[in-house]
Write a protein that binds this ligand. Structure first.
Ligand SMILES: [Mn+2]
Length: 430
């Protein structure tokens, strides 16, 4: 089942196909001069998939305000519809990463049926122990898995175990755990005791993982805690992951580091020790800005994929990271941002495939810094857009996704079916 009018996309594609074929042929000729077969890259682009976060389909906000968009999804079923649109346009987002309890439903088979009807899968389940739910018996105000109070810790453990159960019904294979635990004042929290409590709680969750599941820990330097967080960086993250066992790995959210951190090097270290579980892609200028992927630092994103492609090239064992977007869209249509961002991540991947690994290794061995740098920069500077567009076209997705999307008038037609509740609090991702 399609959510957008497939004929409309096809009509637009036919209009743009002749130009695309010319650009594709020219790029193919240029690549072949360097011994690269364009068809291999187009095949890789067609196979590349990145998950859409269910929460990203709604308009985000800041701690100050949220400005809801017209026709935005009001529940998980409507989020699935928007995820279908994103995949029909991009051709590279065939899965959804859900968030509980935001996406909780009483009948998960109904949810699975809805996603199946659009050919969408469910991947990593995200738990939420950073806010209290109505009627909650113990509070997360002072932390969840590391809370000094046993009742709060037990509640957080049980919620994560529940998330695994929900995920099993949806066919997911991993649990992503991010906690807001930390402190705002020096002295407020005993660093070691808090980490000990976190590990003891995480052990209970780990015990509940099915054999074919992974647990992904997400670190974050600050927010909501502003002095310290319990899993503040990849150091604490990998320590926890190593402590818990082989099914526990680290998840890298690009916005969760200090500015100018060498994230690609962190990625390399995690790969080396078989601890890279996955990514939350986004971009940032100041902190956890959750801006569109590749909108500010496309070269950094390329350098991360350079490490990922390198790991693949060297057949690194136990290397199978999960790719997800994690963004907040305050001033754009979330569908447009997610389509664009998925394609920008795919773009970084294809550019990284162009790097001549053997040539790079020989420049590195010869300490030829200039040529090594040029090997990367030349790949990055190549415009691979025709490859991405051709991969989309062959899958029946849109050659020009935003043009087709706007022509479909989706928001306007959807807004009629999704009237906004005037009494809604306007809560969203903040
Ligand atoms: Mn994240």
């Amino acid at each position: 089942m399609k959510r957008l009018n497939a004929e409309l996309i096809e009509e637009h594609n036919q209009h743009e196909l002749a130009d695309l074929e010319r650009d594709y042929a020219a790029l193919g000729e240029k690549l072949s001069r360097n011994g690269i077969a364009i068809e291999k890259l187009t095949q890789a682009a067609a196979e590349f998939q990145i998950a859409v976060p269910s929460w990203g389909t709604g308009t985000g906000g800041t701690r100050f305000a949220r400005f809801p968009g017209e026709g935005e999804p009001r529940n998980i079923f409507e989020k699935i519809e928007d995820c279908a649109v994103i995949n029909e346009l991009s051709g590279c987002t065939d899965s959804i990463s859900p968030h509980f309890p935001w996406d909780w439903v009483s009948d998960f088979s109904e949810l699975k049926q809805a996603s199946d009807s659009y050919g969408l899968k469910w991947v990593s389940v995200n738990s939420n122990t950073f806010q209290d739910q109505p009627g909650q018996t113990a509070t997360y105000k002072y932390g969840s898995l590391s809370n000094t109070q046993k009742a709060s810790r037990e509640l957080a453990i049980q919620h994560n175990l529940d998330c695994i159960e929900y995920g099993k019904q949806l066919g997911a294979k991993s649990l992503t755990v991010w906690v807001g635990d930390g402190s705002n004042h020096p002295g407020q929290q005993h660093f070691q005791r808090a980490f000990e409590r976190y590990l003891a709680s995480a052990e209970e969750i780990y015990k509940g993982l099915p054999d074919d599941w992974e647990m992904h820990l997400e670190h974050k330097m600050f927010e909501p805690a502003f002095y310290s967080t319990v899993i503040q960086d990849w150091g604490s993250n990998i320590l926890a992951a190593m402590h818990l066992g082989p099914k526990c790995k680290s998840l890298v959210d690009l916005g969760h580091h200090a500015p100018n951190t060498n994230i690609e090097m962190i990625v390399s270290r995690l790969i080396q020790f078989k601890k890279l579980g996955g990514f939350h892609f986004n971009d940032s200028k100041y902190g956890d800005d959750d801006l569109d992927s590749g909108s500010l630092h496309p070269y950094q994103q390329f350098l991360i994929f350079n490490e990922l492609v390198d790991a693949d090239y060297r057949n690194q064992p136990e290397f199978n990271p999960a790719y997800m977007l994690d963004q907040s869209h305050n001033v754009t249509d979330p569908i447009e941002s997610l389509v664009n961002s998925a394609i920008e991540v795919q773009r970084s991947y294809i550019k990284a495939l162009i790097v001549d690994r053997e040539a790079l290794y020989s420049h590195q061995d010869a300490n030829d810094a200039m040529m090594a740098s040029c090997e990367l920069k030349n790949a990055f500077n190549l415009d691979v857009s025709p490859i991405l567009a051709m991969a989309r076209y062959r899958k029946g997705a849109a050659i020009e996704p935003l043009i087709s999307y706007r022509a479909a008038n989706y928001r306007k037609t959807t807004s009629k079916a999704r009237p906004r509740d005037p009494n809604a609090s306007g809560s969203g991702i903040v």
